[in-house]
Ligand binder design. Sequence first.
Ligand code: ADP
Ligand code: ASP
Ligand code: MG
Length: 435
Amino acid sequence: MKILKFGGTSVGSASRIKKLVSLINDNQSKIIVLSAISGTTNELVRFSNLINQNEYQSAQECSQNLKRQYIELIDELFSSNEYKNKGEEIINHHFSFIDSYNFKALNLFKEKTILAQGEILSTTLFQHYLTECKIESVLLSALNFMRIDENGEPKQAYIEEMLSKELSQYQNQTIFITQGFICRNSFGEIDNLKRGGSDYTATLIGAAIKAEEVQIWTDIDGMHNNDPRIVENTKPIENLSYDEAAELAYFGAKILHPSSVQPAKEKGIPILLKNTLEPQKKGSKISGQTQGSGVKAIASKDNITAIKIKSDKMLMAYGFIRKVFEVFESYKTPIDMITTSEVSVSVTIDKTDSLIQIVNELKNYGEVEVDENLSIVCVVGNFISESKGYAHTIFQSLKDIPIRMISYGGSKHNISVLVKTEHKNQCQLLLNEIV
Ligand code: ADP
Ligand code: ASP
Ligand code: MG
C-alpha cells in the first residue's frame, strides 16, 4: 500500500482536483491524505482571531467570502446538478457550523475545531467528486485514529491499532481518503499536528501500516537546493538521506513539516516528493541512502532568540551546563544551537512563550543576555570528516556577514550559522554559489 499526500495547492481549484484523478486511479491500494484547499486554514485562523478581537462583523465577512469561494469551486468541479446540490449541502453544513462560533469568546479547543473544518471539507468534497466520476473510495475520519499525547507527540501504537481496525472493515477497497493535519489530543478533543502537519499525517500513517512508499505531492518538483522563495534558479535534489531531509525540514525548507521525516526513517519507508503540476518530473527521493558528498542545500529558520549565560562559576566547574539545560527542559523549550566558552554558554530557541520565566531562572546562574530577531542559516550535505575545506568554503562565502554563532561538527549533515534576520536573504544568496 502507498500513501499519497496532496497539499493545499494540489487541491486548490476545481481544475487541480480534476487532475488528481489520473494520479490516483491505477487499481493500486492507497491511502490519500488531503490538506485543506489552499488559503482555507489561513482564513480560518483569521476568522478565529477576529472573533477573539470581538470583530464579529469582519469575522462574518471572512467566513462569507470563504464560503463563496467554495460555492464557485463546486460549481466548476461537479458536472451534474445532483452533485452540485450535494456539494452545496456539504458547504452549507460546514459554514453554518463555523458561523455558529461567531459572537462567542473562543478557547483553544474551539479554535482547533474551526481549523479542522478545512481538511474535513476538502476530503468530503473530493470523495463526492470521485463518486461522481464512478470511482469507488472510502472516507476515513482521521479523528478516529490520529492521536497525540499530553506532550503533543503522536501515539504511534494507538494510531497503528485504530487505523488497522478501520482498514480491516473494508477488505475489498483500494482507495482510502483521509484528512491530514487533524487529530485528537489526550482528552479526546479535536487538535492538530501544527501548521503544515498533513505531511506528518502522511508519514505517521505510512509508518503505522508499514507502507511501501509515502508520496508528498505539492507545487514544486522536489526538495530544492535553496529556498525558491528567496533565490532564483534553484534546482531539485534527486536523492537525499533521511538525515539530510530532516535537517532541511527542521531548518525551514517549507516543503516538508519539520517532524515528518522521523516516522518514515524509523520504518525505512522511502518518501517521494513530487509536483502535481508536472508529474512526469522525477522529484526527490528520501531514503536511507546517502549519496555524494559536500554541500547539497541551504535552508533557514526565522524568529530565533539567542540567550547567553555568562558566569565565572562556570570556570573549571562541572554540572553548570546541566543546570542551564534543566531550566529549558522544565519549560519544554527545545534548544537548536549551542556554543560554549570557558565562562559562558549561548543557546538558541524558537519557542519563546516561556522566555521571561526562563531568563529569570537563568539569572540564578549568571548574567543573562537575550538577542532577538535572529535566523539560523543551515548548510546541509554530507560532510565527511576526512574531507577538508567545507568550513573554509562556507565562511569564505559569508566573509562580509556578521555571524553571531556557528555550529559545526554536531552532525555530519549540518553546518549552521546564526545571523541577524536582516542578513538572512543575503546569506542564502551568497551560499547559493557553493551548492
Ligand atoms: P503544500 O501546500 O503542498 O503542503 P507547501 O507550501 O507547504 O506546499 O510547500 C511547498 C513550498 O515550499 C514550495 O512552493 C516552496 O515555495 C517552499 N519551499 C521552501 N524551501 C523549499 C525547498 N528547499 N525546496 C522546495 N520547496 C521549498
Ligand atoms: N491545512 C494545514 C495548514 O495549512 C495543514 C497542511 O496544509 O499541511 O497548515
Ligand atoms: Mg505543506
